[in-house]
Design a protein around this ligand. Structure first.
Ligand SMILES: Cc1cc2nc3c(=O)[nH]c(=O)nc-3n(C[C@H](O)[C@H](O)[C@H](O)COP(=O)(O)OP(=O)(O)OC[C@H]3O[C@@H](n4cnc5c(N)ncnc54)[C@H](O)[C@@H]3O)c2cc1C
Length: 151
């Protein structure tokens, strides 16, 4: 991991571990309060679970957080401060499913897949959830089931 740090003082007021939204928001608040802050991030990028990728055709695909909605006022305010724009996303109507050249419309909960594929999908989802649960309990013990990124 590369590490570069320059500051007038060799002692920081606070060290924030993790440059995800929570860490960056905390560091920003501390900086606003005039504190000297170091943010330590284990990965080679900031953002944590907010993560996008550029596809070969130039389009951007979101691999992590993408949406805000009612009650997420603080992130909305932060977007305003940072002049980050948003655009509306459909919340009603039918869903669209693409498979190769096939385009199908469907209602929530009625994914247009063959019965065998749906069965496999269900089994895979259950397996992944069991793996996630056992991994969470192994690594963190009693973790909260909801992390609020809006405050
Ligand atoms: C696929 C997906 C879609 C999502 N969609 C939405 C959405 O649409 N709307 C929404 O509001 N939320 C969404 N979320 C949830 C949201 O992304 C997270 O709640 C939020 O980004 C968490 O931020 P965080 O800073 O708390 O944690 P993280 O983003 O996990 O950041 C933690 C950071 O700490 C670093 N770190 C961990 N341990 C150490 C260590 N020991 N030393 C140094 N660094 C360390 C990690 O590398 C990471 O960068 C989504 C999440 C996922 C995975």
């Amino acid at each position: 991991m590369t590490f570069s740090y320059s500051a007038d003082r060799d002692v920081a007021d606070a060290i924030v571990i993790g440059a995800g939204l929570s860490g960056l928001a905390a560091a920003r608040k501390l900086r606003k309060a005039g504190k000297q802050v170091i943010v330590l991030e284990a990965r080679d990028r900031v953002g944590g679970k907010v993560y996008d990728k550029k596809l070969s055709n130039g389009n951007i695909i979101e691999l992590g957080a993408a949406y805000i909605g009612p009650t997420q006022d603080r992130i909305k305010n932060l977007m305003g401060e940072l002049q980050i724009s948003a655009y509306p996303h459909y919340d009603t109507g039918k869903n669209v499913y693409y498979n190769g050249d096939r385009r199908a419309l469907y209602n929530d909960g009625e994914i247009p897949l063959a019965e065998t594929t749906l069965t496999q999908l269900g089994a895979s989802t259950e397996k992944l959830e069991a793996m996630a649960n056992s991994s969470m309990h192994r690594n963190h013990g009693n973790i909260p089931t909801h992390m609020d990124t809006t405050r």
